[in-house]
Design a protein around this ligand. Sequence first.
Ligand code: ZN
Ligand code: CU
Length: 491
Amino acid sequence: MRLDLLLRNATVIDGTGAPRREATVGILGDRIAHVGAPGDTGAGDRRATREIDLAGQVLAPGFIDAHTHDDRLLLSDPAMACKISQGVTTVIAGNCGVSLAPSAADGRAPVPPLDLLDASGGWFRFARFADYVQTLENAPAATNAALLIGHTALRARFMADLQRPASEDETAAMRAAVDEALASGAIGVSTGLYYEPAAAATTEEVIEVCRPLTAHRGVYCTHMRDESEGVLDSIDETLRIGRALGVPVVISHHKVAGRANFGRSRQTLPRIDAAMREQPVCLDCYPYAASSTILTHGRTLIARRTLVTWSVPHPEHAGRDLTDIAQAMGLPVEETVQRLLPAGAIYFSMDEDDVQRILAYPHTMIGSDGLPHDARPHPRLWGTFARVLGHYSRDLRLFPLETAIHKMTGLTAANFGLADRGVIREGAFADFVVFDPDTVDEAVTFDDPIAPARGIDQVWVNGACVWRDGAQTGARPGRVLRHPAARSDAP
Ligand code: ZN
Ligand code: CU
C-alpha cells in the first residue's frame, strides 16, 4: 500500500478526549490509512508520495461547527474562508428554524429571521429540499455539510398566516416536506420557536410536523421558545418533543439571557444533566457573552449594549452602536430601530460566568452560530474555534486542549451521527487540521470582526488541502453528509 501523504512527528489529539500522543499519520485517498509509532519513517509498504514534518504542531480532526447558518454560504461563497481559516471542515447548517429550502421560490424578500440567509430573497429558489441538496452536490464547497430543514421555513412555505398554530392540512403539508427532506439527505429538523413566525406553533404542532424524524432516526435541534425567564419551561418542552418522537434533541446555543437571569446556568445544566439519564440530549454553545440575530426593539431592552450588524435601508450604520445611531438621527431608540429595519444586531445580554460554566460542561459542543451575510458580523463567525482553543483552553485553562478538541470533533460527530468523522484513527475520513498550540487564537474583535484565525497552519477535507499558509487553496472537496445509517444514541 503506497500512501498519498505521510504526516511525521505529529502531536496527535485524536478527538476522543484521550491524551495527546506522538504519531505518524498516513493518508490514502480520502481516508486516514495508517496511524503509526512516532519513529515511523514511512519506509517499506508505508512509503508515501509526499511527506510533511509537523514537529511542534498539533494534528487534530477537522472541527465540526455544530451550529451554523451556512445554507446559502455553501452556494454563494463555497470557499467558506470564515470556516476553513479556523479549522472547520464540516458545518451543520439549517439551524434555528431557518433553512434555505424549501421555499415559495418566488424571489420575494423573506420574513425575518429567514432574511438572515438573504435579505433580498433571490437565493430562496428551491421549492423542494432535494433541489437544494442536488445544487450543493453539483457544485461542492470547501467544507462538508450536514443539513437540517427549518420549521420556520416550512411555516413560511405552507402557511398563509404565521400568527396562529398550523391547521391539520398545513401540518400534513409540512410533515410531508420533512419526510421528503430526510429522504433526500437532511439529518434532522430545526425549530426557532423564539422567533415571531414560529412563536404561535404549539408543542403538538412541532411534534406532528417532526413525526418523520422517528423512522429516519433524525435529530431535533431547537432555538428554544425562551432563553430568559422561561428557560426551564423551554428545556422541558424540548425534552417532551424528544420523548414524543423518540429522537435525540439538540439545545442550540444554550444561554441564559438578561441580567435577571444571570447565574441561572446553575439551574439549567443540572436539569439537562438529569434528563440525559432518561433520553438523548445534546447542547452547543458559542464562546461569547453577546448574541446576534435580527434587530427588534424588544431584544434591545435586555441588552446592556446593542451593535447594528446590517440594515437594508441604512447600510452605512452597520458596525455602529444603536444609541449612537439614535443620537445621530435625533430619535428615540424605538423609532431608530423602525428606521433601520430590516436589520441585524449584536446584543450584549449574557453573563461571562454563565458562558464559561456552559462551555465547560462536559457535554457541551462548540457551535459558532456565525451569520456569514452580515455586513459587520459578530466575531463568532471567524473566531469561535480558535477562541476556544486559545483564549478559553490555553489562556484561561477552562479545560485541557484535549477536551476543547473533543467538544468540536468527536463529541459532535457522535451526537449528529456523522460516521467516521471527528476522530483521528485508521479508516476515518481524512478531515484534519494542523495548528500551533502556542499561538492559536481568534484575530477578530467586535470592532474588527473579519480576519482569519492565528496559528492555523493547514486544513484538509476528505484528503484534500483547503487551507495552507494563511490562504485557501481553491480545492472544493466538501460533501453532503447523508443521513446516518447507524447513530450512537448513547448520551
Ligand atoms: Zn438561534
Ligand atoms: Cu442560530
